[in-house]
Design a protein around this ligand. Structure first.
Ligand SMILES: Cc1cc2nc3c(=O)[nH]c(=O)nc-3n(C[C@H](O)[C@H](O)[C@H](O)COP(=O)(O)OP(=O)(O)OC[C@H]3O[C@@H](n4cnc5c(N)ncnc54)[C@H](O)[C@@H]3O)c2cc1C
Length: 149
């Protein structure tokens, strides 16, 4: 699965990092786009609302300048919990303590299994770009890939 930067801006995307930094529109310095009349315009500040979340109806986004932050500040942390109740309690406490998190997500066993199934199914229908074609019952490449993650 993939998305383009232009598509993300046009859809007002949010995701990893949004917990701390908000949606894409809050993380842009400028957007350059081509209007339906063929004019090239660059917008900044609130004017960018004309383009973000507009699904491309105001023009084709051709360049964006995104805000960045220094590398190396993150401490990745993984935790497991005996059940959903304990996960929700942990989320609640994190929120109460106002811990500055870049991203927070959780997955249960069912979700993870479905994700694996989806990756395997996607690999079977994707073009192979020169790699050996995958056989119906050969999922070893994918499971290896998942293990490495
Ligand atoms: C399973 C799944 C999970 C998703 N999860 C998230 C998520 O976590 N967060 C999230 O924000 N979204 C999510 N989405 C929605 C979608 O992936 C995003 O909106 C994505 O960023 C769209 O990007 P794209 O490049 O695929 O755009 P497309 O799907 O190709 O286009 C989306 C819209 O943007 C317009 N557009 C695309 N490129 C440009 C451009 N350069 N200039 C102007 N308009 C343009 C198109 O005309 C269209 O209206 C999810 C979608 C799916 C199917």
């Amino acid at each position: 699965m993939s998305a383009t930067v232009g598509g993300w801006v046009a859809e007002g995307g949010g995701g990893i990092g949004s917990y701390e930094y908000g949606r894409i529109s809050q993380n842009l310095e400028s957007i350059t786009f081509v209007t339906p009349e063929g004019e090239i315009k660059t917008l900044q500040g609130e004017d960018m609302d004309l383009v973000t979340d507009a699904e491309g109806i105001t023009g084709m986004i051709v360049e964006v300048t995104v805000k960045t932050r220094p590398l190396g500040q993150d401490i990745p942390l993984v935790a497991s919990f005996p059940g959903t109740k304990q996960v929700l309690q942990a989320f609640y406490q994190i929120n109460q303590m106002q811990i500055s998190l870049w991203h927070l997500s959780f997955a249960n066993g069912g979700f993870t299994n479905k994700q694996k199934e989806a990756e395997i199914a996607a690999a079977k229908i994707k073009p192979h770009w020169g790699e050996p074609e995958m056989q119906d019952n050969d999922t070893s490449a994918i499971t290896e890939g998942i293990k490495k993650k």
